[in-house]
Ligand binder design. Structure first.
Ligand code: TRP
Length: 329
C-alpha cells in the first residue's frame, strides 16, 4: 500500500488555505493510503519563537488536525519531537546533503533574506524535512508548491544515499494540490493565503466565529466590473471566492459560476460566507469537544508516536547497518 507522509508547523493558527489546500487532502488520503501526519515542532524551532506558548500551539494544532477529520483509526497523527530518531537520521543525512544544494533552496533564501542573524537550523531545515520523509519509508508527500523543492531534495538525498550505501531508503515523490485548492488572500488575491503575510482581514482562520468569517468575506477585495465570473487573471478576487464556494459546497467551479450568473457581488458574498460558515462549523464543534478532553488528545498523540516509532526503528536499523556504524551489544 502507498505510504503518504506530510507535516505542518505549529506556528500561528490553521487557516482556510491550510485546510482546503492541505488538510482536506490529508483526510481523503487516509482512505486510500497508509497515511502519517506530523506536527513538525522541531522545524518551528529554526526561527525565533516564544517558548511560553509553543507547547500549547503544538497541542492546539494537533487538536485541529483531529477536528478536521484525521482519524487515529485510519492514519497516524503524531508530534515530530515524540520520535527523536528523526534527529539521528537528520545527522546522518547531513553527511549526504551538500552545502551547495541547501544554498539553492528558495525558501531558505526568502526566509534568511535581510535577516541579521540566521540559525544553522534554518539552513539545515530541508535535511530535517528529508529525514521526516525518509524515516517513514514514504512514497508520496502531499505538499504545496512552496515545498516541492524540499521534496525533490529529499528524493535526491535518498538516491545518493542508496547509491553510496546500497538500497536502504524509499525514494519519495511530491504530490501537489489541484489548482482549485490554492486559496488566495481575501485582501490581496494575487498572493496565497498564508500565516506569514500580515493580513489578518484577508486570512480566514479555521476556528473563526461565523461572525468573523462573514465580516472577512464581506470585506474581501472584488474586482472592477460587476460580473461573477471565474477568471483568475482578470478577476482574481471573485475567482478566489468562487473557488472557495466550490470547495465548501463540494461543487465544481463551473457550476458555482452558473449559480451566480447575473448575481450582485453582495448576494454572491453572502452566499460564500454562509457556505464557509457551514463548511467550518463541524471542525469548530469537534475542536471544542477535543479541547474539553485534553487527556484523550494526549492518548491519541501517544498512540500515534508509538506507531510512528515502530516504523522509524526498522528504518534506522537498516540505516545504521548500511552506513557501517558499530552497533552496540
Ligand atoms: N516544511 C513543511 C512546510 O512548511 C512542513 C514539513 C516538515 C513537511 N516536514 C515535512 C511537509 C515532511 C511534508 C513532509 O510546509
Amino acid at each position: 500500500m502507498t505510504r503518504v507522509f506530510s507535516g505542518i508547523q505549529p506556528t500561528g493558527e490553521m487557516h482556510l488555505g491550510n485546510y482546503v489546500g492541505a488538510v482536506r487532502r490529508w483526510v481523503d488520503d487516509q482512505e486510500r493510503a497508509e497515511a502519517i501526519y506530523c506536527v513538525v515542532d522541531l522545524h518551528a524551532m529554526t526561527v525565533p519563537y516564544d517558548p511560553s506558548v509553543f507547547r500549547s500551539e503544538t497541542q492546539r494544532l494537533a487538536m485541529l488536525l483531529l477536528a478536521a477529520g484525521l482519524d487515529p483509526q485510519r492514519c497516524i497523527v503524531f508530534v515530530q519531537s515524540h520520535v527523536p530518531l528523526v534527529t539521528e537520521l537528520t545527522w546522518i543525512l547531513n553527511g549526504i546533503a551538500t552545502v551547495g544544494e541547501l544554498r539553492r533552496m528558495t525558501q531558505f533564501k526568502d526566509k534568511s533574506h535581510g535577516q541579521e542573524s540566521v540559525s544553522a537550523g534554518l539552513f539545515d531545515y530541508p535535511v530535517l524535512m528529508a529525514a521526516d520523509i525518509l524515516l517513514y519509508d514514504t512514497d508520496e508527500v502531499p505538499v504545496g508548491d512552496d515545498q516541492t523543492q524540499h521534496v525533490e531534495l529529499a528524493r535526491d538525498i535518498a538516491i545518493r544515499f542508496n547509491h553510496r550505501f546500497g538500497d536502504t531508503l524509499v525514494v519519495p515523490r511530491a504530490t501537489i494540490p489541484p489548482v482549485g485548492a490554492r486559496v488566495k488572500d481575501l485582501q490581496r488575491p494575487e498572493a496565497k493565503m498564508s500565516k506569514s503575510i500580515d493580513s489578518p482581514q484577508g486570512t480566514i482562520l479555521v476556528l473563526d466565529s461565523p461572525a468573523a468569517i462573514t465580516k472577512k468575506v464581506r470585506s474581501a477585495v472584488t474586482d472592477s466590473g460587476s460580473e461573477v465570473r471565474f477568471d483568475p487573471d482578470e478577476k482574481p478576487g471573485v475567482s478566489n471566492l468562487l473557488a472557495l464556494y466550490a470547495s465548501a459546497t463540494g461543487t465544481g467551479v463551473a457550476q458555482a459560476e452558473g449559480e451566480f450568473a447575473g448575481a450582485q457581488y453582495g448576494t454572491f458574498k453572502a452566499a460564500v460566507a454562509e457556505a464557509l460558515v457551514e463548511y467550518l462549523r463541524p471542525v469548530r464543534e469537534r475542536y471544542e469537544e477535543l479541547a474539553a478532553d485534553p487527556g484523550e488528545v494526549a492518548r491519541i498523540l501517544a498512540g500515534g508516536a508509538a506507531k510512528a516509532e515502530a516504523i522509524a526503528t526498522v528504518t534506522m536499523e537498516r540505516v545504521r547497518s548500511s552506513t557501517g556504524l558499530l552497533l552496540p551489544e
